[in-house]
Design a protein around this ligand. Structure first.
Ligand code: GUN
Length: 298
């Protein structure tokens, strides 16, 4: 059995960002203004600060306007919702993203519900989740959208494939399963209560692992030739003089290489696709709001 090939999410994401930049340039020519993405960050969570910084940089690099709003950790929920409503009404803003997690005194469902679904580039609003479920045009959460793009790039038509999604979160697992169903896959959603997970995974032509448990999926669980998309980003405890532990996925990568047909590495697989898809969704939101055709190649 030859070793599986690496799915280069970093390169695919760079190509997508370049196509978005081309669409932004055309949009600016036609409308005279830039697509705008507003990002709200509440509090000082270090990981969230890094994510928001990366989103801002990528937004500006493709030629869009970035509006950043930082609110203190103890901001009242009503103030946050008032800001969301102001951004809903702001014609310069095409997309709104509220960085999660929010502090515990804030009900994230109430905040997401306040976002205009037409500006919900994260695809978290129940209107977009519902549209995805019934097969209508929807904003789809960025991580599963990126995973689907990588799968279609590998396999072309996904019709009839057995797909197993491990994880049932609203942000990744559930929308991933909906997307695969939309591509005519036979979809199984596995989770922490699933019995005989190894047997379930063994039947899969496509495995999407999004559980958040380091190296949980073992190589010998995989059917030979399976396409493996690893959404997990887990930091191991430091070993032998390391300052920080290694980053690993939800799949035991070295083992999986001997079985999978192709696999995403961690880092450099799914991660870079998330921001690229956020820019893609913002470009689509701006085009729809301006009454323009869907941008090509996105
Ligand atoms: N926190 C971690 N990932 C995400 C994401 O994709 N969107 C938002 N809004 N918050 C996040």
């Amino acid at each position: 059995m030859s070793a599986g090939t690496l799915i280069d999410g970093k390169a695919f994401a760079a190509g997508l960002r370049q196509r978005v930049a081309g669409s932004v340039a055309k949009f600016v020519d036609v409308t005279g203004h830039k697509p705008g993405l507003a990002v709200i960050l509440v509090g000082n969570d270090p990981a969230s600060q890094v994510y928001v910084g990366s989103k801002k940089k990528a937004t500006v690099e493709v030629g869009m306007e970035s509006f950043e709003h930082r609110l203190p950790e103890d901001v009242p929920q009503s103030d946050l919702i008032t800001l969301v409503e102001r951004l809903n009404a702001d014609t310069a803003v095409d997309g709104i993203l509220v960085q999660l997690p929010l502090p515990s005194h804030i009900d994230d469902k109430a905040v997401i519900a306040a976002i205009d679904p037409a500006k919900d580039v994260d695809g978290f609003h129940v209107v977009n989740a519902g549209r995805l479920a019934v097969g209508e045009e929807a904003f789809v959460p960025c991580t599963p959208l990126g995973c689907l793009m990588l799968l279609k790039d590998q396999l072309g038509d996904l019709s009839g494939k057995n797909a197993v999604v491990i994880g049932r979160s609203n942000i990744v697992g559930k929308p991933m399963a909906q997307l695969l169903l939309g591509e005519n896959c036979t979809v199984t959603i596995a989770h922490s209560r699933t019995q005989d997970l190894a047997d379930v995974v063994r039947r899969a032509d496509i495995v999407v692992a999004a559980v958040g448990r380091a190296e949980m999926v073992r190589g010998d669980w995989l059917k030979d030739g399976a396409i493996v998309i690893d959404v997990g980003i887990n930091r191991l405890a430091p070993e032998g003089g390391e300052a920080k532990g290694r980053l690993v996925g939800d799949v035991a990568f070295d083992e999986a290489l001997g079985h999978a047909g192709a696999i995403t590495p961690v880092p450099g697989g799914v991660g870079p696709m998330t921001i690229a898809c956020l820019l893609r969704n913002t470009m689509v939101a701006a085009s729809r709001r301006a009454g323009l055709a869907m941008p090509e190649g996105l």
